[in-house]
Design a protein around this ligand. Structure first.
Ligand code: C5P
Length: 396
């Protein structure tokens, strides 16, 4: 179950080439279990036809303020009643200006003015239009009015220019909308997270690593950010894109991860060690590629610093959360690890279930005992973990 399952979303399209992304967004919202009703401005209908949106949403698309098919003939009021949110994607410069002024001369702007639910807008325009002081003034006003601004992003634009003003991608918008509906359980908290594997060089082209994909750590980072925390993600080498709106620090070896954590930990309220840190590293990394021979070769290893253990042992330690991946005796090993590392909370999983997969299953161990989180997508487990952390955090 995702957080927007069952939510009623009114998706509004104003005129912009990014309207094509709204088709994909409609599909993703529906796939996530939301009920989507689409309203388009006349200009939006020039970029993409209502037929496309009707087919994807499964509902009649409206664009006329005087739509006689709406029973009360008050489409501008009726269509948004009972909605959990209105999302405008794309929101053109013109539409933002209208919203900021409270103008309502077409169906979509009238719906926004008459709404009872939250309003989220995803700006989409040429970089100069975005940078124009008039647009910036309007965005500031909308922000002050409690409207959530999603994006925009920077990059290639349809006009051939490159810069700020591109609408977020459909998947990013879906994640922003999901984040909007999350309770802000960690508002004001600073959360430091390690994720991914580490890589311990043997020579210039080889090294020791493990099979961690980083998915669980990245999901925890996203869940903490969605819960309102300021998040720093110290990540070993992974193929994953960092969730938007957090600081990502890329590292490679365990020692680099240790150093990156230690310079940031004093400011953290919560530390979550999700990284699968290599326990050992080659004693001496060769500065050239080792040549193949026929003799046996011995690699001398030395232990890496224990990042979680060191953080937990600090005099003013943040609230520390450990992860444990075991292949057998999960419960006994995990609880023993929690006590040894002196952390108040430890999340344990079976390595063979977790590595690389999108789903996982966790057992949380704390002073009260064990709490089972049944098999679910990693982002859902991460949200449950964040909820558990919020309950255990000392109240100030
Ligand atoms: O002892 P083990 O490696 O199984 O402990 C796992 C937990 O400790 C994880 O939270 C992991 O991120 C953390 N850890 C660490 N530094 C290490 C080894 C593990 O922070 N060198």
């Amino acid at each position: 179950m995702t957080t927007i399952k069952g939510k009623r979303i009114l998706l509004g399209l104003s005129g912009g080439i990014a309207a094509y992304k709204a088709a994909e967004l409609t599909r993703l919202l529906k796939q996530a279990g939301a009920e989507v009703r689409v309203v388009m401005t006349a200009a939006a209908c020039r970029f993409i036809t209502p037929v496309t949106l009707q087919a994807l949403s499964g509902k009649q698309v409206h664009s006329d303020l005087w739509d006689a098919s709406v029973p009360s003939n008050m489409a501008h009021i009726e269509l948004s009643r009972g909605c959990d949110a209105i999302v405008i994607a794309p929101a053109s410069a013109d539409f933002l200006a209208k919203l900021a002024q409270g103008l309502c001369d077409d169906l979509l702007s009238a719906l926004c003015l008459a709404r009872e639910c939250p309003l989220l807008v995803a700006p989409a325009m040429n970089l100069q239009m975005w940078a124009n002081p008039a647009t910036q003034r309007n965005v500031k006003q909308l922000h002050a009015d409690g409207v959530a601004i999603l994006g925009p992003a920077s990059g290639d634009q349809a006009c051939g220019e490159v810069g700020m003003g591109r609408m977020l991608e459909a998947q990013e918008l879906l994640e922003e909308i999901e984040a909007f509906f999350q309770p802000k359980l960690l508002a004001g908290k600073r959360v430091l997270i390690t994720a991914g594997p580490t890589f311990e060089p043997i020579d210039t082209v080889r090294g020791i690593t493990n099979t961690s994909s980083g998915k669980m750590g990245y999901a925890v980072a996203r869940a903490a950010r969605d819960a309102g925390a300021t998040v720093t993600l110290v990540s070993g080498p992974t193929a994953l894109a960092a969730p938007r709106g957090l600081e990502r620090v890329d590292v490679s070896s365990a020692q680099e991860m240790y150093d990156a954590v230690m310079v940031r930990v004093a400011k953290a309220d919560v530390f979550i060690g999700v990284a699968a840190v290599a326990d050992y590293r080659p004693k001496k990394a060769m500065r050239h590629k080792l040549k193949k021979g026929t003799d046996e070769m011995t690699l001398e290893l030395q232990p890496n610093p224990d990042i979680l253990g060191t953080v937990a042992a600090r005099r003013k330690a943040p609230f520390c959360v450990g992860f444990a991946a075991e292949t057998e005796n999960l419960e006994a090993f995990a609880e023993a690890k929690r006590r040894r590392k002196k952390v108040p909370l430890l999340a344990a999983n079976l390595a063979q279930h977790a590595f690389g997969a999108d789903d996982n299953q966790l057992i949380l161990f704390d002073d009260q005992g064990r709490h089972e989180l049944p098999r679910a997508p990693k982002i859902e487990l991460a949200r449950a973990l964040v909820g558990h952390i919020a309950r255990l955090l000392p109240k100030k």
